[in-house]
Design a protein around this ligand. Structure first.
Ligand code: FO1
Length: 315
């Protein structure tokens, strides 16, 4: 089922939730009409390796090799490297699988040779036989920093993985955002897109860093196509991860109205779940109410198809 083959679609995506919808969209759209703009603010360095968790989650999902239990990492991967680290007395708090490690080794080596993160990402995708375009929002350093009540300032993965996103968030920011340059490829893709989909990724952790890159908001505001966001909430709760907890801690409202307010000035439409039909609605923003839970491949493709037909039919 290919719905609007002549439309150019760009998806803004973070980690696991975003990757699910991206999978559905990629099944419906030809690769030259579909571009994914990925979050790099979760990237970090560990044992000298450059790790890009959100890019890898999208890549592994599109390649059909993602671990279905977690959404990140590779299915069937082993953890012998972590065991060896433990034998040396290390605390391997970040769960790098043995096969996954190859991705980080190559990324680090290719970056060291002078390739950009965009070039590296395309090379990795093609290596896994994925023809989609996954563009890091920037090739420059960008890092989510979290100020917590309990531990002070933490790097994002320390907050998220090491402390299992339990600390209370006082403030968060994107280090390097002022200096980061929106990649030309991202600017071009957004400038020529007929449809822009903000995936059901964590608004504060996955979409906000994309919006923080100078030029991104302006490029989105000047778009020629329609921009729709898909709510990551079902029944006022996050399907996975800390979106709800962190938004509450930051005083943000968890409702279609809250989401539309968060993305104010950027949206032509909002997709919400049936369970949120009666929540305070997004004034002036057209809403598609549907089933947004994506557990199976069929559900991912169905939701992607519904969104494309909705936008194609005039929103
Ligand atoms: N998330 C975890 O909760 N625990 C892990 O040990 C972990 C390891 C990991 C390894 C590679 C990778 O690409 C992602 C990994 N993630 C892990 C997920 C990831 O850190 C977060 O889901 C994202 O950064 C948030 O979008």
């Amino acid at each position: 089922m290919v719905l609007i083959t002549d439309a150019k679609v760009v998806a803004l995506a973070g980690g696991v939730g975003g990757a699910k919808l991206v999978y559905g969209l990629a099944k419906l759209l030809p690769p030259d009409h579909f571009t994914i703009v990925g979050n790099v603010a979760d990237d970090f360095e560990l044992y000298g390796l450059h790790i890009s968790p959100d890019l890898d989650t999208v890549m592994y999902t599109l390649a059909g090799v993602a671990n279905p239990a977690t959404g990140w990492g590779i299915k069937g991967d082993t953890r012998q490297m972590l065991e060896m680290l433990r034998a040396y007395g290390e605390d391997p708090w970040f769960g790098l699988g043995d096969r996954d490690l190859a991705t980080h080794l190559l990324r680090t080596e290719w970056l060291r040779q002078g390739m950009t993160l965009s070039e590296v990402t395309t090379r990795l995708l093609r290596g896994l036989d994925v023809q989609s375009w996954l563009l890091p929002v920037t090739d420059d350093p960008l890092a989510t920093m979290v100020e917590t009540v309990e531990y002070g300032v933490l790097g994002f993965q320390e907050y998220f993985v090491r402390h299992r996103w339990q600390p209370t968030v006082r403030r968060l920011w994107f280090e390097g955002a002022e200096q980061a340059r929106l990649s030309d490829a991202v600017r071009d893709a957004l400038g020529t897109a007929d449809v822009i989909v903000m995936c059901p990724s964590n608004p504060v952790l996955s979409i906000a860093p994309l919006l923080a890159v100078p030029g991104m908001r302006e490029t989105l505001a000047a778009r020629r196509g329609k921009c729709v966001a898909v709510s990551p909430f079902i029944g006022g709760k996050a399907v996975k991860g800390p979106a709800e907890k962190i938004m509450r801690e930051m005083g943000l409202e968890i409702s279609p109205r809250g989401l539309a307010g968060y993305y104010a000035g950027l949206l032509d439409g909002l997709v919400i779940d049936e369970a949120d039909r009666d929540q305070p609605s997004a004034d002036g923003v057209p809403v598609l109410v549907t089933n947004t839970l994506m557990q199976s491949s069929e559900e991912k493709v169905r939701l992607a198809g519904e969104i494309l037909s909705w936008v194609g039919s005039g929103t």
